[in-house]
Design a protein around this ligand. Structure first.
Ligand code: RIB
Length: 309
């Protein structure tokens, strides 16, 4: 039976400009196109898990404004549960200013969290029974940290498996990390949290051991061109990056996390789930945008079969 997935995280509206190259500080470059759409790491990961077939509920917060309706309209179209989309009385919906280099598919992002950076203790209390009933809770670092810590405490006490994607990079105390079951940083985030600079598989192993010494049970590190690495109490493995025609890498990490938790919720082991994450991330970079670029379960299954069977 599938475990229930709860994603507690950010929603922001992505304002994305494509450009022949990213500007250096102080420089203006002419862009070629603009798009507005649903984003935020929490929401993107929730959409990825939902499209991948997970039984998923998202908890997030928007403002009482037009950007807030971008979230609710999109979720309704997707057939997602909107019962835990809180509304802030005074704060505006967050937004992200994104520039995508159309030659390299790389991006630069500034996030203004707005309403989802103002999740109150009351919002968390209203979500308590949902969190306690989850099989897997997926978290990121784009909401206010006081709310995040309270959510972690509730889930930890209830014995819920906590998966933390520590993005964007921030320092976390050992007290917080010891309550996390699985951590899924990229190489930069892993370096911030462990002090280990990661350039190869041996470095990834070293960083994973630091996480485990802090009490994290299992570690997944996405390594860009090197692929993705996972380590549990018994073994570790690096799976190669998939070769696809990338046009926009924004949200690839979110796609990875959504596909990864979907597989865990279906009872797959860590290393199989890593492959589902890898495939979901690879498919997302072949389309423009973040949430709208998340692949369907059919697309995931087809690439998974082709790659790993
Ligand atoms: O991970 C990509 C996301 O980061 C974007 O959707 C943007 O909103 C920022 O939160």
């Amino acid at each position: 039976m599938k475990k229930k997935v709860v994603v507690f995280g950010s929603f922001v509206v992505d304002l994305t400009g494509r450009t022949p190259r990213l500007p250096v500080p102080g420089e203006t470059v002419m862009g070629t196109s603009f798009a507005m759409g649903p984003g935020g790491k929490g929401s993107n990961q929730a959409v990825a898990a939902h499209r991948a077939g997970a039984d998923m509920t998202l908890v997030t917060k928007v403002g009482k404004d037009v950007f807030g309706t971008v979230a609710t309209d999109f979720y309704k179209e997707e057939g997602m549960d909107t019962s835990y989309i809180f509304e802030d009385e005074s704060k505006e919906t967050g937004c992200a200013l994104i520039s995508v280099d159309e030659n390299t598919a790389q991006n630069e992002i500034v996030v203004i969290s707005g309403a989802c950076g103002n999740i109150t203790p009351e919002d968390v209390e209203k979500s308590r029974s949902l969190i306690e009933s989850a099989g897997i809770l997926l978290l990121q670092l784009e909401i206010n940290l006081d709310a995040l810590y309270k959510v972690i405490d509730i889930a930890h006490e209830a014995g819920v498996t906590i998966v933390l994607n520590p993005a964007p990079a921030a320092e976390l105390s050992d007290e917080v990390l010891r309550k996390i079951d699985i951590v899924t940083p990229n190489e930069t985030e892993a370096q911030v949290l462990t002090g280990v600079k990661i350039e190869n598989e041996a470095d990834a192993k070293k960083a994973a051991k630091v996480f485990m010494d802090k009490g994290v049970k299992e570690v997944v590190i996405t390594l860009g061109s090197l692929g993705a690495f996972a380590m549990d109490q018994e073994k570790s493995e690096l799976v190669e990056r998939l070769n696809v025609d990338a046009i926009d890498t924004t949200g690839a990490g979110d796609a990875f996390n959504g596909g990864f938790v979907m597989a865990l919720a279906e009872g797959k082991d860590l290393f199989t789930a890593l492959r589902y994450g890898n495939v979901t991330g690879a498919l997302s970079v072949t389309k423009l945008g973040t949430a709208p670029s998340m692949p369907s379960r059919e697309e995931i299954n087809a690439l998974y079969e082709k790659t790993y069977s």
